[in-house]
Design a protein around this ligand. Structure first.
Ligand SMILES: Cc1cc2nc3c(=O)[nH]c(=O)nc-3n(C[C@H](O)[C@H](O)[C@H](O)COP(=O)(O)OP(=O)(O)OC[C@H]3O[C@@H](n4cnc5c(N)ncnc54)[C@H](O)[C@@H]3O)c2cc1C
Length: 508
């Protein structure tokens, strides 16, 4: 390792901040990683209540397959092959109160058979969907830190599927869903934020699932986070918990360090912010380096919704349930004064033995809302009313599930409700958003600038510079951030991937 003595201070110990720390340490930088909480992960989080663990983040991790797209990138930041992945074949079932159902399968052949069973009248559109998934299976992600030299081969490989990519990037999930006459199929592509995003987002996800490259890792998102923390420790880095950055210190338009909420000053050669974008630009830097384009972006661009999470510890073996179940309701449920939902989704974590004792199941339900103000003002202004609202939501959600599984009524051992106010308190994410900027048809997933005009020695990483967010946005944004710093400092950017245990055994 090249020990040149330069120092980087990183704000935020979510996936992006952790990945930035690994890349920086590998390039010989001293790193001080500041995390305001007592544990790392940010949105990649789970929590324990009695014998149950409740996961908020992980549904699928792109790059789970050792031979698949994006696996090598994970190996640059941790020994991902130590994780155990599961790829449920039926990954979600959509069900009405009358028992009408549609199952979405990971393998594309099973999916085609199920869709044709369900909606033979939509044969032509189903065939188009399936052939698009096959085509998108060949998609190669471009590396934002690679430039033309690092990406030309992938661009060349993506050329034949460009027409499919381009067509599906321009239409929303909702427009795509409209082509089906079957109401459940229509709703799969149209509900919530999926309906607003470019259709290509869902279809590429289906292609990754078909390739078994979007698995769930046992232990949830924290299992991945812990691996990256281990890597940081092995490289001699340290994470400071309970260290809330209050100000990014600037001298002559050059970032020189960070002042913590307790008044302590940390000086460094570079400041990387992997914390919330809005707070970084408008609070930590006081808005001084926000030009018109940045202000317009934060004023106008749409975000992923926030959410309430109802988590239930259930003293029942629910392994006969699908991993995810979307219950379509006859009467919508009211989440808050501006939000009604016509379906409620449940996740039954029976496939993760670390989340509940044998014979019991951790169950969660996420309820989307964009009414962050309602929940944050209620919590700040009237804690009793806030708790009553949380109780009402829990009762509503339990009511929906009890109609589906009557035995549940007597088996609930733990109830936990978090709200958009909790998301903000624990991660600092603006408006309690679950994933930052919502990619829209046309504007898509194009990365945003990771520097601010007029400010030197400062760079951003994480979901606020990569619309669409997701765990891969950690390495995808941390890599170019540290590469830029290395280039500026004339330090070699040498971030070789981890060898897998299997490779070590055969001496690769
Ligand atoms: C419900 C849900 C489901 C999801 N499902 C998936 C999925 O299946 N697959 C997937 O790939 N992605 C999923 N995601 C998205 C993924 O979790 C996020 O996009 C990703 O974790 C964002 O990482 P980040 O590091 O950019 O930001 P964050 O996770 O927000 O990390 C920012 C960190 O900065 C810290 N911080 C903030 N301000 C300060 C400060 N002033 N001082 C010090 N520290 C500070 C925060 O505490 C936090 O730890 C999901 C997210 C949610 C909420």
């Amino acid at each position: 390792m090249n020990q040149h003595g330069r120092k980087i201070v990183i704000v935020g110990g979510g996936i992006a901040g952790l990945c930035a720390a690994v890349y920086a340490l590998k390039c010989g930088y001293q790193v001080e990683l500041l995390e305001m909480h007592d544990m790392a992960g940010g949105l990649a989080m789970s929590w324990r209540r009695g014998p149950y663990t409740f996961e908020t983040c992980l549904h699928w991790l792109v790059g789970s397959n050792p031979h698949g797209e994006f696996h090598t990138q994970w190996k640059e930041v941790c020994d991902i092959d130590r994780l155990t992945f599961v790829d449920p074949e039926e990954f979600i079932r959509i069900e009405t109160s009358s028992g009408d159902s549609l199952s979405m399968f990971a393998s594309v052949d099973a999916l085609e058979a199920e869709l044709l069973r369900r909606a033979p009248q939509d044969r032509a559109v189903i065939r188009d969907l399936i052939s698009s998934i096959h085509a998108l299976g060949k998609f190669r992600m471009l590396d934002p830190s690679g430039g033309f030299t690092g990406n030309w081969l992938n661009m060349l490989r993506d050329l034949p599927i460009f027409p499919v990519l381009s067509r599906l990037s321009k239409i929303s999930g909702r427009e795509f869903g409209k082509r089906f006459s079957d109401p459940l199929l229509k709703s799969f592509f149209s509900t919530g934020d999926i309906g607003k995003m470019p259709a290509v987002a869902m279809l590429i996800s289906l292609a990754w699932m078909n390739a078994r490259n979007a698995g769930y890792c046992i232990g949830g998102s924290q299992a991945l986070i812990r691996l990256i923390e281990e890597k940081i420790a092995a490289l001699g880095g340290k994470i400071r918990f309970g260290a809330r950055a209050a100000r990014i210190l600037v001298e002559d338009d050059r970032a020189i360090g960070v002042e913590l909420a307790n008044g302590e000053t940390i000086l460094a050669d570079w400041v990387v912010s992997a914390a919330d974008g809005h707070a970084t630009i408008f609070d930590l830097l006081g808005g001084k380096y926000a030009d018109d384009a940045t202000r317009k972006l934060y004023a106008e661009r749409e975000l992923f919704a926030s959410y309430l999470q109802v988590s239930l510890g259930v003293g029942l073996d629910l392994s006969d349930q699908p991993p995810a179940l979307s219950c379509v309701l006859d009467t919508p449920v009211m989440v808050d004064p501006e939000t009604d939902l016509s379906s409620v989704m449940f996740r039954f974590f029976h496939f993760d033995p670390t989340f509940a004792p044998p014979g019991k199941t951790a169950v969660t339900s996420l309820l989307s809302t964009r009414n962050f103000k309602y929940w944050s003002s209620l919590r700040a202004g009237n804690l009793i009313a806030y708790r009553a609202e949380k109780d009402r939501i829990a009762e509503t959600v339990i009511g929906v599930l009890k109609r589906r599984i009557p035995a549940l009524a007597a088996a609930i051992e733990t109830v936990d409700v978090s709200t958009p106010a909790s998301v903000f308190r624990y991660t600092g994410n603006w408006q309690g958003t679950m994933e930052g900027w919502l990619p829209m048809p046309g504007s898509g997933f194009r990365p945003l600038p990771n520097t601010l005009p007029g400010l030197d020695r400062f760079i951003m990483a994480g979901q606020w510079v990569m619309p669409g967010g997701g765990l891969p946005s950690g390495p995808l944004t941390a890599r170019p951030a540290i590469k830029t710093i290395c280039k500026h400092d004339r330090v070699p950017f040498d971030v070789h991937p981890e060898h897998t245990r299997a490779e070590e055994l055969v001496g690769v």
